[in-house]
Structure formats: structure tokens, C-alpha cells
Design a protein around this ligand. Structure first.
Ligand SMILES: Nc1nc2c(c(=O)[nH]1)N[C@H]1C(S)=C(S)[C@@H](COP(=O)(O)OP(=O)(O)OC[C@H]3O[C@@H](n4cnc5c(=O)[nH]c(N)nc54)[C@H](O)[C@@H]3O)O[C@H]1N2
Ligand SMILES: Nc1nc2c(c(=O)[nH]1)N[C@H]1C(S)=C(S)[C@@H](COP(=O)(O)OP(=O)(O)OC[C@H]3O[C@@H](n4cnc5c(=O)[nH]c(N)nc54)[C@H](O)[C@@H]3O)O[C@H]1N2
Ligand SMILES: [Mo]
Length: 779
């Protein structure tokens, strides 16, 4: 087993990108023994006639750079193309009881799963099984289970074709229980944007980045989580565009960047300053910060009007295109600067500085990530950013708009082809007409609902199309026992993870092709499509030989389960779809003609094609037919901070991704940009809080959730690091801190777990035996 040799903390002072990034790519190719296939595949990454990176969903340009990948995309490729194997022999040697003691990193580090497996309780191991036997047995169990008791989870990576088939499987089976990772992620976006501007997705495309003169950046860590986006941002900066960032942490990728693919930059001393203003807002302080910017903007507007100049508010746009302006302004007028400053954790000057740049910028984009969506007020956060943009007409013109940065590489596309718990969001009539499947009327389960169903026994069967559900969801210590009460648990996966190790009565591990691999059906090489974060749809093809001869593709596995479970359907020939994905695409085009007409032709065009985005044309498909200003939840009380109000021992915890992980996949123990090396068992804290609470840097603590204390929710021991983070806030890593998130602590309206804002208290602890104490170095 891998044990990190040496743990160290030394504040990172270099730019993001640069040699550190290049070295990190080389190291992982070497470690995964992927040097044979890795580099060749990297040349095809995100290219026409290549494959879409398996890491993030950031846009793939029509005219790509010679090397259109980043450090973390390269890591993800190496991780999939690894020559390491978790084969039948491996599974015969290790019981699940043993594997449960292994860390997440070591599980996935075993490499690709090579053979379909069934859990055998007598030996406590996974044993090989023939595919057809697996399908038959799974089909039998599914037929026996009540239709409303089975959940069909998707993790956001599967292609449009696989996803379309998967949602049909659920609906033909008899329910809408189609949660996906988006339920833990950008569902606050889908709900908020739909209500405010009539589309569930962002309104900008890559071309917009060439015209933007000011970016607002809220709670998105571009350097680690969507590094290719640094290229258009760097270009924008070189044109003189302003970038105003709101983030509790000074993330390196938002500060300085050296393009690791530019020889001139790599050799020279120059890095690009990314953020021109950096405001370390308190966790959950964004609503107040944005209200403050608007308040300052209104003051500038009044001054301009008084001086006989045009106002800074775009009154013509507001009158023609929006409703709700007055109510919002009245609400903001009702808050004093003192309240806004206290809630935002920022001085009035910071909000005024942002407002001044905003007032003189013509084309403004609002970019954001989990720092806005994963809060009790996640939906309101997103809508407040829309409010800010609408005030100066910044939606529906070139260079302007709203830009949620999506997570998984096809998470947005999965929703577009019907993976959603809400039957109202799918074209039921067309599905029935074209495919003979009646979409059930009753709303299905989102992720939180599915967890509740597992806890109270309503959910008896679970199929996971990728992902690591039990590790990704909140309340780990309540969910893990519930997970083992499932009657049927089918996991379609590429690598071993903890969700595979807590077996239900009938437990299956079905290994699939990775998307970088060549997918041949009946000797015919298949293509597949995805939708990126900017609503752009591309066709792709695999590049390297499969990790094992016994793998099936995701469409083949879905078809196999469907054929074994469902009665024959004259309008839907699963076997034919499995042989030829063009037929699946024909059906997608027939069911979603507006978005996917001529899919086969258009997906092959370099750069792909864009889905229709009415809001980008200033057509508002909202209830009122206009773009809606929305008021905010009150700032007087805030569910997120309430637990801490008046209690000086309570801190707000945000759960974070390191630079060396993809969600629950832990590539390694370094978080280079935050200066943490060799460990993840740390808690980032403000120096004053450390002293005030009686600790010292390097102390070991246990972290406990400060609400509903009769339910034990504790993580640790973690080692305290003095970090540049606002007072009252602290940060720990996801998924290690998930036991601290109560399942009911989610965003209003979207049910996204509020993983960025958990009230916690700390207790002194002693070092865990065998833990690696961290060496503290000066920056
Ligand atoms: N390499 C890599 N790439 C990834 C992923 C990965 O794990 N690794 N995950 C993918 C997925 S699924 C997703 S959803 C995205 C996630 O990408 P991001 O949206 O960047 O998500 P996080 O890293 O969780 O947190 C984002 C930032 O929010 C800040 N933040 C926390 N609380 C607040 C707050 O209250 N206000 C503000 N303004 N900021 C706050 C944190 O300091 C952090 O910088 O990335 C995708 N890409
Ligand atoms: N506390 C806290 N919790 C969070 C978050 C947070 O910020 N804080 N973030 C949330 C977010 S944004 C998300 S998106 C979720 C992520 O939740 P998930 O999407 O469920 O988790 P992942 O870690 O992305 O899934 C990793 C597994 O996917 C499998 N896999 C990889 N590639 C493929 C493939 O091509 N096909 C198939 N079938 N399987 C594959 C591998 O077996 C791997 O072990 O977690 C959420 N949970
Ligand atoms: Mo995500």
C-alpha cells in the first residue's frame, strides 16, 4: 500500500501552470506506467477526430492549440490509460473487509477493472461472472423489485448516447429516479437560471471571451478544476480585461499563470496577473457582497444622473427586457452598509471598487462554480449574479453573459438528453410516439431524495452509471450502513472505489470501456458525442485499445440490462442500438429535433455545434416572458451562519478539492497550489482563530458538526494549518469531510448539498497512530 513519505506545508508563491505543471504531468504518466499510450493520446485530446477529455467540461475550441490539454486533463488521461489492472486474481486475493480499510487513493491505484464481477458473501470477495449471466440475474431481480424502489444514478461522464439510453431504461422500467452528479453540483444553476432567464445553462460561448472587458469570478478554482480556461483568460488579460475575483481563498490559478505550453513563457520570468481585484469574501458572504456591489452601483448611478450624465444602470434594457427591478432595489436599499459588510466579511471599499470597474465596463461576464452553488442559498447566489449582470444589460450581447463552469465532462449533456428526475423536463409525447415508452408522471428522486429513500428503506435497488455515490454524498456515517441494506447494487465502473465495497444482497461490479478507448461493436468503430460547459456539442472517437478484452461499452451494458429486464418493444430494438450508435443518435434527433437535428452531420464538424440558447438572443423563456430580477432571502438571518451566531467557537467549514484529485478519485496527496504536500489530513484555518481557540499551527483536532449534535458527525484527527482564509472560516478536503455534512443541509429549491458551508466546532485530539505529521515551513 502507498503511504505518503513526507508531509509538508509551505505557502506556494509561484504562478499556476509553469514547470510545476509540466513536471506533474510527466510524474503521473510515469507512475501510471502510461508512457506507452499516454503521450500519443494526449495529442488527440479535445481535438476534432480525437476524444473529449475525461476531466472537466470546459469548452473545446474549434481551432485547438497544438496541445489542447492541461495538467489535470493529462492526469485524467493517464489515470484511464494506466497499464495497472485490478484483475480477477487481485479480487480473489483481497476480501472486501480488507479493502474497506484501504484509502480511496489505493483502491483506484490498483488500475482498471478487467472482468465483470459478482460479490460472493461466503468468501467475501468479488468473483468473475459471464456478462450474459450477470444481465440475466440483474434482470430477474429488477423484475421482482417494486418499480418505485430502484434508483438509476449517473455520474456525468457517460456520452449523450449512453445517457439517452439510460434514461429510457429507467422510464421503461417505470420511474423517473434519475439523479445525477449535477444534483450535488450545478443543480442550483439549472433551477436558478431557468427561473431568471429561461435557460438552465450558461449563455456564453468561447468566442465571447475575446470580447469581454470585465469578468466577475465567484467561487470557482480555475487553476485546478478547469485549467484550460486560463488560456482565454490570459488572452483577455493581455488585452487589458479586468478580472474581479470573490473567493475566501487566494487561489493561485486566479492570481498568476504561466502557460506551460508556451516555450517563451516557460523560459522567461513573466507570468500573467490574472485577477486585477481579489476580494476574500467570507464563506457564504456572496449574496451580501453582490448586494453591496449593486448598492454602490446605484450610488454611482445617482451621482452620474445628478451631474447631468447618463446613468450607469441600463434603464432601456431593464424596461424592455426585465421584471422585478423595483422590488430588488427596495430590498437592497433596506440594508445598511454595516449589515452588508458584516455578512460579506468585506469592507465597503471592496464592494465599491468592484462597482466602479463594473460601471465602466461594457461587456461583462459572470463566471462561477461550487463556491456559489453548494450553499443553503445556492440558487439565490446564482440569481443574484444574474441580477448584477442584468443591471447593465450584460446578458445577450457579445462578450457578456453568465458562465457556470460545469464539472463532469458531459454532465450538462446528460440533462439535455433526459437524465433528470423531473418528467416535465423531457418531451414525454415524442418519447412515447417515437420509442413507445410512456414517461411516468410522478416526479423521481434527486440525489438527496435517493439518500433519504435508502435511509428509510424505500430504495431497494441502485444502478450506478459511473461515479462513487456513497463517497460523494453527505452524511457518510449514516449513508454507508444504509447502502449495505440494498437488495440490488449494480456498479458500472472503470476503477475500484468505496461504493463497490459495501455490498448489498446482490452486488455487481460491471467494468466498462473508458471513453479514450476504441469502442468496436460488430467490428464497427463507434463514435459518441458530448456537450460542454458552453452548450457546444461535439462528436468524438476513442484512440487506444481497451484495457481488457472483457470490457463492454456503457451502451452495451445498458442494452444488456434493458433486454434482460424489459418486455420486447417493437419501437426500440436495444440490440440494434447496441450494435450501431448512429441509430441511437437518430432517436435523439427525433426526440429533440430543435437541439439535435442532423446530429450525425453536425457533430462531425470541427468545433461541433451549439445548442439553441434563447437567453443569449434575449428571448426569455420565463414565466413572465422577461428576464426576472429576483429578491434575495433575508440577510438578517442566514441558515448557514446561524448556528455560529453568538457562538465564538463555531467556524464555517468549506469542503475543497485539491489540485491532485478528480472528485473522489485521489491521484495523489499533494495540493501544490496551496503548498500542502504529502497529506490531505489538514484543516486550513485563520491564524487568529487558531490562537483564539487555544491551538497552535500543527495541532491535531477533531472536527464536529455544530448543529443537530445528537447525531454524531465527526472527522479527524486533522492537522491545523495557518492559512490565508477569512476569520471564522476553515477549509478541509472533500470527500474526507463528507461525514460532516448533514443530509438535510442543502440548497433551498435545488437540493444541492451545502458542502461549502458547514458550521463546525473543533476539539483537541492526539495524532492518529501511523499518521504523517506535517512539517511546517515558512513561505
Ligand atoms: N482537477 C479537477 N478538475 C475538476 C474536478 C476535480 O475534482 N479535479 N471536479 C469537477 C467537478 S465535478 C466540478 S463540479 C468542478 C468543481 O470546480 P469548482 O467549482 O472550482 O469547485 P471547488 O474546487 O469545490 O470550489 C471552488 C472554489 O469555491 C471557493 N469557495 C468556497 N466557499 C465559497 C463561498 O462561500 N464563496 C465564494 N465566492 N467562494 C467560495 C473555494 O475557495 C474554491 O476556490 O470541477 C470539475 N473539474
Ligand atoms: N463535501 C463535498 N461533497 C461533494 C462535492 C464537494 O465539493 N464537497 N462535490 C460534489 C460534486 S460537484 C460532484 S460532481 C460529485 C461527484 O460524484 P461522482 O460523480 O459520483 O464521483 P466521481 O468521484 O467523479 O466518480 C469516480 C468513479 O467514476 C468511475 N468512472 C470513471 N470514469 C468512468 C467511465 O468512463 N464510466 C464509468 N461508468 N465509470 C467511470 C470510476 O470507477 C471512479 O471511481 O461529488 C459531490 N460531493
Ligand atoms: Mo460536480
Amino acid at each position: 500500500m502507498h503511504l505518503p513519505p513526507h508531509a509538508r506545508f509551505k505557502p506556494y508563491t509561484h504562478a499556476a501552470g509553469g514547470w510545476g505543471s509540466a513536471q506533474s504531468v510527466a510524474a503521473i504518466l510515469l507512475r501510471e506506467k502510461a508512457l506507452g499510450k499516454g503521450p500519443a493520446a494526449l495529442l488527440k485530446q479535445n481535438k476534432p477526430d480525437g476524444f473529449a477529455c475525461v476531466s472537466c467540461a470546459w469548452a473545446k475550441p474549434g481551432k485547438p492549440h497544438p496541445l489542447e490539454f492541461c495538467e489535470n486533463g493529462a492526469k485524467a488521461t493517464a489515470w484511464e490509460l494506466t497499464s495497472l489492472r485490478a484483475d480477477v486474481d487481485f479480487f480473489s486475493k483481497h476480501t472486501l473487509t480488507e479493502l474497506r480499510t484501504w484509502p480511496d487513493h489505493d483502491l483506484e491505484q490498483q488500475g482498471r477493472i478487467t472482468h465483470p464481477l459478482r460479490y460472493d458473501a461466503t468468501t467475501d470477495t468479488y468473483r468473475p461472472v459471464a456478462w450474459e449471466d450477470a444481465f440475466a440475474a440483474i434482470g430477474e431481480t429488477l423484475k421482482r423489485l417494486p418499480r418505485e424502489s430502484v434508483v438509476f444514478y449517473a455520474s456525468g461522464r457517460a456520452s449523450l448516447e449512453a445517457s439517452f439510453m439510460y434514461q429510457l431504461l429507467a422510464r421503461a422500467y417505470g420511474n423517473n429516479h434519475l439523479p445525477d452528479s449535477s444534483n450535488m453540483c450545478h443543480e442550483s444553476t439549472s433551477v436558478g437560471l431557468q427561473e431568471s432567464i429561461g435557460v438552465p445553462v450558461g449563455t456564453v460561448t468561447l468566442a465571447d471571451f475575446e470580447h469581454t472587458d470585465c469578468f466577475f469570478f465567484f467561487g470557482q478554482n480555475v487553476g485546478s478544476n478547469s485549467p484550460r480556461m486560463l488560456h482565454p483568460l490570459q488572452e483577455a488579460r493581455k488585452r487589458g480585461a479586468q478580472i474581479i475575483t470573490f473567493n475566501p481563498l487566494r487561489e493561485r490559478g486566479l492570481e498568476r499563470f504561466v502557460n506551460p505550453q508556451s516555450p517563451v513563457e516557460m523560459l522567461g520570468p513573466e507570468s500573467t496577473l490574472i485577477s486585477t481585484q481579489y476580494h476574500q469574501v467570507a464563506i457564504g458572504g456572496d449574496l451580501a457582497a453582490m448586494a453591496g456591489i449593486i448598492k454602490a452601483l446605484l450610488e454611482l448611478d445617482a451621482e452620474a444622473l445628478a451631474a447631468g450624465q447618463p446613468g450607469v444602470i441600463d434603464r432601456a434594457f431593464i424596461a424592455e427586457h426585465t421584471t422585478g427591478f423595483e422590488a430588488l432595489i427596495a430590498q437592497i436599499d433596506g440594508y445598511s452598509w454595516e449589515t452588508l459588510e458584516r455578512r460579506a466579511g468585506l469592507g465597503r471599499g471592496a464592494m465599491e471598487a468592484a462597482a466602479r470597474v463594473y460601471a465602466r465596463s461594457e461587456r461583462v461576464m459572470g463566471v462561477y462554480g461550487m463556491g456559489l452553488t453548494q450553499h443553503r442559498h445556492g440558487v439565490a447566489n446564482v440569481q443574484m449574479l444574474v441580477n448584477l449582470l442584468l443591471l447593465r444589460g450584460n446578458i445577450g450581447k457579445p462578450g457578456a453573459g453568465i458562465c457556470p463552469v460545469r464539472g463532469h465532462s458531459n454532465v450538462q449533456g446528460q440533462r439535455t438528453v433526459g437524465i433528470t428526475e423531473d418528467p416535465k423536463k423531457v418531451p414525454g409525447e415524442l418519447i412515447e410516439q417515437v420509442l413507445g415508452i410512456k414517461v411516468p408522471d410522478e416526479k423521481g428522486f434527486c440525489t438527496v431524495d435517493a439518500c433519504e429513500g435508502m435511509l428509510d428503506g424505500r430504495v431497494k435497488g441502485f444502478i450506478g452509471l459511473g461515479g462513487n455515490f456513497v463517497r460523494a454524498v453527505p452524511d457518510t456515517s449514516r449513508m454507508e450502513p444504509a447502502w449495505q441494506r440494498l437488495e440490488l447494487n449494480v456498479q458500472v465502473a472503470t476503477k475500484l472505489n468505496r461504493s463497490h465495497l459495501l455490498p448489498g444482497a446482490s452486488q455487481w461490479l460491471l467494468p466498462c470501456l473508458g471513453r479514450i478507448e476504441i469502442d468496436r461493436q460488430d467490428g464497427l468503430e463507434q463514435q459518441w458525442a458530448t456537450e460542454d460547459s458552453t452548450g457546444c456539442i461535439h462528436g468524438w472517437r476513442g484512440q487506444s485499445e481497451p484495457a481488457s478484452e472483457d470490457l463492454l461499452s456503457e451502451p452495451a451494458i445498458i442494452a444488456g440490462i434493458a433486454q434482460a429486464t424489459l418486455p420486447p418493444n417493437p419501437k426500440l430494438d436495444w440490440a440494434a442500438w447496441r450494435r450501431d450508435y448512429r441509430k441511437v443518435r437518430e432517436a435523439i434527433a427525433a426526440v429533440y429535433p430543435e437541439t439535435f437535428h442532423d446530429l450525425e452531420v453536425r457533430m462531425a464538424e470541427p468545433g461541433g455545434f451549439h445548442r439553441p440558447l434563447p437567453a443569449a438572443q434575449r428571448q426569455w423563456k420565463t414565466e413572465s416572458g422577461k428576464a426576472q430580477f429576483t429578491t434575495m432571502p433575508t440577510l438578517d438571518t442566514n441558515d448557514d451562519v446561524n448556528a455560529g451566531e453568538g457562538r465564538r467557537d463555531v467556524l464555517q467549514l468549506m469542503t475543497l478539492r485539491s489540485n491532485d484529485q478528480f472528485n473522489t478519485t485521489i491521484y495523489g496527496y499533494d495540493d501544490r497550489f496551496r503548498g500542502v504536500k504529502g497529506t490531505r489530513k489538514v484543516l486550513l484555518m485563520n491564524t487568529n482563530d487558531i490562537t483564539r481557540l487555544g491551538f497552535a499551527p500543527g495541532a491535531w483536532v477533531k472536527v464536529t458538526t455544530a448543529v443537530e449534535t445528537d447525531v454524531p458527525r465527526t472527522v479527524g484527527p486533522l492537522q491545523v494549518l495557518a492559512y490565508d482564509i477569512p476569520a471564522g472560516c476553515c477549509g478541509g478536503y472533500y470527500p474526507e469531510c463528507n461525514p460532516l455534512v448533514p443530509l438535510w443541509h442543502y440548497a433551498e429549491k435545488s437540493k444541492v448539498p451545502a458542502a461549502k458551508s458547514i458550521p463546525v466546532t473543533l476539539m483537541r485530539a492526539s495524532m492518529e497512530p501511523g499518521a504523517v505529521p506535517i512539517e511546517l515551513k515558512r513561505g
